[in-house]
Design a protein around this ligand. Structure first.
Ligand SMILES: *Cc1c(COP(=O)(O)O)cnc(C)c1O
Length: 397
């Protein structure tokens, strides 16, 4: 293979990332995903998976995937509309729709695709899309593909959203789209206020509930249920890759007309393969388990509260919020990185985030608590945080 010019350019770019501490290297975990995993031959407690209810590798989900494989085969070698739709796909879509109390839903290979394929089919030049500035990358990319007028409002700033709605008041359709849970900060979108504004301006409300589905709300219907506005939301996108089993698959739940139109016009659906039956079957089992997971949601709440109060008692600053995402704030990127390294050495696997993933000067360690963490694992994490705080001489410990 010739060493083409772009290679040497990229070598410089990659070296630059490394100099700036922005290069992402991937740690290899040597076990299936669980609260306890093995990294570099050492057992560690995992606090950085989106495995909120502990359903990743749940035996019933793994068995459902096996049964799906046995009964329906490995893969379809087709997109849905040619010869890639089996009974199981229709059943899963009906189950997802019922779960969210919507008329219909449509499966995608991922929620990245659900978001990527949502805006362009629905909104054109005469329409407007109002999007929270901290929305997920898949939403930003999806919005880029559509010709609607764009308004990016300041994070959860209802005054700014109102101003953007006023600017868009003559548009045919206006859609407000927000992450329901912001994954770097663990805060919820102000959905009740957003719904009120939407009513006032006749706007569509659409949310991405990836970090809420399954574990938030009294029955696990996500952030909108938690905030009491589930039935007012027009469009919900979410993933099977987090709480709902942790493999992959995404979906959009909405009116029958929206879903039917997406089946006809959404490009990641039309031009990408059918979701494999094993994943579909596993997703359906995950939804069943969510319905019977009252104890798991209670355990998640208890674990989160224990972790938060323990960290605060040890002198750490944890951003407030109602979700199992706990951002432990350090400000300085080097300090956050050092603390994460020291914690890993003590068997606690966490990740430090710094600019550009979070704003300059707001470096943090993001802990993601799971219902599957044992009391001993939470205690071990708190002990490690206390020790590291002392050893690194961070004030207050
Ligand atoms: C994880 C995530 C996605 C992507 O979901 P996949 O199914 O993994 O593609 C989209 N939006 C948000 C907010 C997410 O957190």
């Amino acid at each position: 293979m010739p060493d083409i010019a772009i290679n040497s350019f990229l070598r410089e770019q990659l070296a630059d990332l490394k100099t700036k501490g922005l290069y992402k290297s991937e740690r290899r975990i040597e076990t299936p995903q669980n609260p306890g995993i093995t990294v570099n031959g050492r057992p560690v407690v995992n606090f950085c998976a989106n495995n909120y209810l502990g359903l990743a590798n749940h035996p019933e989900i793994v068995q459902a995937a096996r049964d799906g494989l046995d009964q329906w085969g490995f893969g379809l070698s087709s997109v849905r509309f040619i010869c890639g739709t089996q009974e199981i796909h229709k059943q899963a879509e009906a189950q997802i729709a019922t779960f969210f109390r919507r008329p219909d839903s449509i499966l995608y290979i991922s929620c990245f695709d659900a978001n990527g394929g949502l805006f362009e089919p629905l909104l054109g030049e005469r329409d407007a899309i109002l999007s929270d500035e901290l929305n997920h990358a898949s939403i930003i990319d999806g919005v880029r593909l559509c010709k609607a007028q764009r308004g990016r409002y300041k994070h959860s700033d209802m005054t700014d959203l109102r101003a953007k709605l006023v600017e868009a008041k003559d548009c045919r359709f206006k859609m407000i789209f927000t992450d329901s849970v912001f994954s770097m900060d663990g805060d919820l979108a102000k959905l009740p206020d957003i719904c009120e504004l939407a009513d006032e301006f006749g706007a569509i409300v659409a949310i991405d509930d990836c970090h809420g589905t399954g574990h938030l709300g009294a029955t696990g219907r996500g952030a909108a249920e938690e905030l009491g506005v589930l039935d007012r939301i027009d469009i919900i996108t979410s993933t099977l890759g987090k709480t709902l089993g942790g493999a992959s698959g995404g979906f959009t739940a909405a009116s029958a007309e929206i879903v039917d139109w997406l089946r006809n016009r959404s490009r990641p659906y039309l031009f990408s393969n059918s979701v494999p039956p094993s994943l579909v079957a596993a997703g359906m089992k995950a939804l069943d388990l969510v319905d019977t997971s009252v104890e798991l949601r209670a355990k998640l709440k208890a674990n989160t509260a224990k972790m938060r109060s323990g960290l605060e008692a040890a002198g750490y600053t944890v951003k407030p919020g109602p979700t199992p995402i706990l951002p432990v704030m350090f400000g300085d990127a080097a300090v956050a990185g050092k603390v994460a390294e020291a914690l890993l050495a003590k068997g606690i696997y966490v990740i430090a985030f710094s600019f550009p993933v979070v704003p300059q000067g707001q470096a943090r360690i993001r802990l993601q608590v799971s219902a599957a963490h044992s009391d001993e694992q939470i205690d071990a994490a708190l002990t490690a945080f206390r020790e590291v705080g002392r050893e690194l001489g961070i004030a207050g410990y």
